[in-house]
Write a protein that binds this ligand. Structure first.
Ligand code: AMP
Length: 666
């Protein structure tokens, strides 16, 4: 295992005086949500100028907001700052001995704690190692790591050097990784020998090796964190072992690079309508300010609190609420490798007791999984430290919301947002005003977001109670994506030109808003599905399936799943139907198709069911009727349909559903 000089376990948290966030002028304590939100929309410059006091600026900005080139917005122009300084160095004076990071892996049994001083040292070592491998300001570093502390060190080390990190979720397969390498063109990849999930070790180096050979861009070095989890050893010339370099640079201090506020801090790829993932690019200063503000107004996290965000650093929730926000706000963040039910369904609650966790954040899927466990496990732990549970990433169904709120006896705060926005769009902002919750709704628009539901055909605002596309007006608040990496035109076209007659940002979510402003989410307007809180593009899955030689055509849709929220279902037309007329042949094909998806995208994208049909429902112009297929797959009425090329195709989908789809996937 990695040698580490980290602190001994402490059983009790050190009593520490809770520090108030830097006072923000103009926010009288009695401000109501409505006034607060209105001011953020009517006077964004004044509003965000005040919020900007929450972070350290090496050079104060000259202009709060540059709106000269809509729909682009540039926040805090002329300001120079650094995310790593704000997350780590800035706290050394007051909280060097407070834990910054608590790491728990139920996969390996390792638990470690890093004070801010120790985190600072580790980040400096990582930054020195990266620098020795040629990484410098504005270079890209691709981080393909499991949930280990080095993932946090690597992200912060990039921020320190001014390099742009692109974290790729460890569950993604080699072709996925290759596509991201070719888009980001990194100078360095940081990886580990293996990840672990539910007791299964997944070798990473063969995946990286395959991705390296598939990618056109040649990355000079791959830095390897050796967890000694696997005997599999690659001996590729580009591999550089981290541990000897870490020892070599053990005491080196690397200066923080002061970056322009608008420079890119990271690129995080996310799925959309096309098969090609988009690199969501974020800035430095706007992101830091937005996260710091969200910790007060939405998450109510105070310095020295402990926050446990059970997500993955490969997702936006991990970027914002495992790494940057809690550290910027001086909290202790808990990083967890494992599932919520191993060794048993009480593990997360025991962590709350053991580490006196105050704030918890996860996805509804995890709660649905925990709901199936013995309820006694929840009651056995002392949860008195816990103040609030936050849930995001997918719709929170009412039974799950009620169950967890009743079981915990604590507020449960649903919040709606996206990789693109970096922090919540909708939530009850208890740090502003503790408005009542309404079951089934994540709440009201967060300050900074000029949210309007619009008619998909006319672009006109919808009256309360009418379903519409959730849109955001210009400018987006700080912290939201600045552009699509390397493709400004795609940013404009995808996000700002999809609502008729209006230049507004589309979330690609349907919603409905009530008289009080509460919004309920009604699913995506595009071909994105949400499986266990993971956003997947059905087009990507279709492309993977189409690469199988037996497949002529395929449609992938999402259907409701009791635990995962949604599951992907594939309707496949094969080239040679006669070859698949036996159950055995169909079962083998289904397994093959699932394996193809595993190899190309990763097991998270594997369809839950594969059904063979002889044709797919299409319009006369050949457009696939996805919404109709999705409705039929869920046993719903597909509603009004355009003229269909061959109506019997609809019947085939109905028959496949009635037969339980025929073959089961993963
Ligand atoms: P991602 O970019 O992976 O975070 O996925 C964002 C998408 O997840 C949103 O566009 C929604 O479709 C969905 N989503 C996120 N949070 C919620 C929520 N609280 N309720 C309903 N859907 C959500």
């Amino acid at each position: 295992m990695l040698s580490s000089r980290v602190s001994e376990k402490r059983t009790t948290a050190k009593p520490q005086e809770l520090q108030k966030a830097a006072p923000v002028k103009g926010h009288p304590p009695m401000t109501t949500y409505r006034e607060f939100h209105r001011r953020s929309i009517e006077s964004p410059e004044d509003f965000w100028r005040e919020q900007a006091n929450r972070i350290h600026w090496e050079t104060r900005f000259e202009t709060v907001l540059d709106r000269s080139n809509p729909p682009f917005s540039r926040w805090f122009v002329g300001g120079r700052t650094n995310l790593c300084h704000n997350a780590v160095d800035r706290h050394l004076a007051e909280r060097a001995q407070q834990n910054a990071l608590i790491y728990v892996s139920t996969e390996t049994g390792i638990e470690r704690q890093y004070t801010y001083a120790e985190l600072h040292a580790e980040v400096n070592r990582m930054a020195a190692v990266m620098r020795s491998l040629g990484v410098k300001r504005s270079d890209r570093v691709l981080i393909y790591l499991p949930m280990i502390p080095e993932a946090v060190f690597a992200m912060l080390a990039c921020a320190r050097l001014g390099a742009i990190h692109s974290v790729v979720f460890g569950g993604f397969a080699a072709p996925n990784l290759a596509a991201r390498i070719d888009d980001a063109k990194p100078v360095l990849i940081v990886t580990a020998d293996a990840g672990a999930r539910a007791g299964k070790v997944i070798d990473y180096t063969p995946l990286v090796d395959e991705a390296m050979s598939r990618a056109t861009h040649k990355t000079p070095h791959v830095l390897l964190i050796d967890r000694q989890l696997t005997p599999e050893r690659l001996n590729a010339p580009y591999l550089v072992a981290y541990e000897p370099l870490r020892e070599q640079f053990f005491d080196v201090h690397v200066q923080c690079e002061w970056l322009e506020s608008t420079e890119p801090s990271y690129v995080l790829y996310t799925s959309g309508t096309t098969g090609k993932p988009k690199g969501v690019q974020r800035d430095v200063g706007g992101y830091a300010v937005a996260l710091a503000a969200s910790m007060e107004y939405i998450f109510q996290g105070k310095p020295a609190d402990t926050m446990f965000t059970a997500s993955d650093v490969g997702w936006v929730v991990g970027h914002s609420y495992i790494v940057y926000a809690p550290l910027i706000a001086g909290l202790t963040t808990v990083m967890y490798e494992g599932t919520p039910i191993r060794p048993d369904g009480g593990i997360w609650w025991r962590l709350v007791e053991q580490y006196k966790i105050n704030l918890m954040f996860t996805a509804p899927t995890a709660i649905r999984v925990l709901k199936k466990q013995d309820p006694a496990l929840l009651k056995q732990a002392d949860l008195s430290s816990l103040r609030t549970l936050f849930l995001a990433g997918e719709p929170l169904d009412e039974p799950t919301a009620s169950w967890i709120a009743d079981s915990l006896g604590k507020p449960v705060v649903d919040n709606f947002w996206q990789t693109e926005t970096g922090w919540p769009i909708l939530a009850i902002q208890r740090g502003v005003e503790a408005l009542p919750q309404k079951l089934g709704s994540p709440g009201v628009p967060c300050y900074g977001y000029d949210l309007t539901l619009r008619n998909e055909n006319t672009g006109e605002p919808c009256p309360p109670g009418e379903k519409g596309v959730i849109t955001l007006g210009y400018p987006l608040p700080p912290g939201c994506m600045s552009t699509v990496w390397g493709d400004d035109a795609r940013f404009v076209k995808t996000y700002w030109e999809s609502v008729p007659n209006q230049q507004v940002y589309s979330t690609f979510d349907w919603g409905i808003q009530d008289e009080d402003g509460y919004v309920t989410i009604l699913g995506r307007t595009d071909d994105v599905i949400n499986v266990a809180g993971h956003r997947l593009g059905t087009r990507e899955i279709e492309e993977a399936l189409s690469s199988h030689k037996a497949v002529a055509e395929v449609a992938v849709v999402g259907v409701t799943d009791q635990v995962k929220g949604q599951a992907a279902i594939a309707f496949v037309v094969v080239r040679d139907a006669a070859a698949y007329d036996s159950d055995d042949a169909r079962a083998k094909l289904s397994a093959d198709l699932c394996a193809t998806v595993d190899r190309q995208l990763g097991a998270i994208a594997r369809p839950a069911q594969v059904a063979l049909v002889s044709m797919l429902p299409k319009t006369r112009s050949g457009k696939l009727l996805r919404r109709a297929i999705a409705a039929l797959a869920e046993g719903r009425d597909p509603g009004d349909l355009p003229t269909i090329e061959d109506p019997s195709a609809l019947q085939q989908i109905r028959d496949a559903v009635a037969l339980g789809f025929g073959t089961r996937g993963g």
